[in-house]
Design a protein around this ligand. Structure first.
Ligand SMILES: C[S@@+](CC[C@H](N)C(=O)[O-])C[C@H]1O[C@@H](n2cnc3c(N)ncnc32)[C@H](O)[C@@H]1O
Length: 314
């Protein structure tokens, strides 16, 4: 039995009396109390080198105003590596061995992974009340299997929310089937996502009826944890994908793509380039959802807007 399986066995159904705890997403809350490291500052030259490198390797745009944030997040790496200056960290990062071993950790700490179950809930209503009926039930519809992609899935709350909504739809609609591909550039968030274990406080946005069906409560009540039920986890495949990759390695055509609250970290030309790449993997008539604070206005893309921050591929 794997460690993961043995952990899974200590979870039972969630009841309405679940105790609520607290949980931050892994790449957040990066501060710590090591006094000497806390006062370290990064030179403008090192910040420029780093921000250029981050832009080239994952498209994230870091203007000078983000220097303090990056210092805060990278202190965690300095501490892990036992280093006492950002200059030394940069020398290591840009060395051949640093490129091999540190690059991935650096990406993990510089990405912002905030997410929630049922975040921007109007999107999930629109999916179940408008998009799925149109794709699956309308007179001309030929699809019984829907491929959904949660692009930039962070710690898994979004793809598991999608799976709950799709599983509910499947109960009402015979012979309907679906799969969810969930990708992110950060390996740390993907590990947490695949585990599917969350503190109780994180699942408060999940309607109680769905909690009872799809979440299992830890038998060790003091831990205050819940786990996504195996049936639901079975619908979701997690994979590392950098939007800058030449080949996304996606074979199927997507009917629905959620890429929410990620575009905001890229500059306009990069956003347009990425959306264009998403469209290459979508079926005509498929839907793209972006975050409520994001916009595709002014971009030359084969899309029509059907609702706020929802687009259909032409
Ligand atoms: C704020 S989270 C959004 C999570 C979820 N989509 C939501 O709306 O709640 C942004 C995610 O984008 C991911 N990301 C950043 N740059 C990326 C890139 N170049 N390729 C793929 N994912 C990236 C980050 O790792 C992070 O998990």
């Amino acid at each position: 039995m794997t460690a993961e399986n043995s952990r899974a066995q200590s979870y039972g159904p969630v009841s309405s009396s679940s105790r609520q705890g607290s949980c931050d997403s892994p790449a957040e809350g990066n501060g710590y109390s090591n006094g000497s490291l806390f006062s370290l500052q990064m030179s403008d030259r090192d910040f420029l080198r780093l921000s250029r490198f981050i832009y080239e390797s994952c498209g994230i745009n870091l203007p000078p105003g983000k220097k303090t944030m990056i210092e805060g997040r990278l202190r965690k790496r300095l501490r892990a590596l036992g280093m006492d200056s950002f200059g030394r960290y940069c020398e290591f990062l840009f060395s051949p061995s640093g490129m091999q071993s540190e690059h991935v950790h650096m990406i993990d700490v510089v990405t912002t992974n905030k997410t929630d179950f049922f975040r921007e809930p109007e999107h999930f209503d629109y999916l179940s009340k408008t998009v799925l009926p149109e794709l699956v039930l309308s007179p001309g519809a030929t699809r019984r299997r829907i491929n959904v992609w949660s692009a930039a899935c962070s710690t898994g709350e979004e793809p598991y929310t999608l799976s709950m909504v799709l599983a509910e739809f499947a109960q009402e609609c015979s012979r309907f089937d679906f799969s969810v591909l969930a990708t992110d550039i950060s390996t740390v968030v993907l590990e947490k996502a695949a585990l599917g274990i969350y503190e109780h406080e994180r699942v408060i946005p999940v309607p109680m009826m769905l909690r009872k069906k799809y979440l299992l409560k830890s038998r060790h009540k003091e831990k205050g944890l819940v786990r996504i039920a195996p049936e639901l986890r079975g619908y979701v495949r997690f994979r590392r994908l950098n939007f800058l990759d030449d080949d996304y390695g996606i074979d199927e055509r997507m009917d629905v793509v959620f890429c929410r609250n990620a575009l905001i970290y890229f500059d306009r030309p990069t956003q347009e380039k990425f959306v264009f790449r998403f469209l290459e993997h979508m079926r005509r008539g498929g839907y793209l959802f972006i975050g409520h604070s994001e916009s595709l206005n002014g971009m030359e893309l084969p899309l029509e807007q059907t609702a706020a921050t929802v687009y259909r591929k032409l």
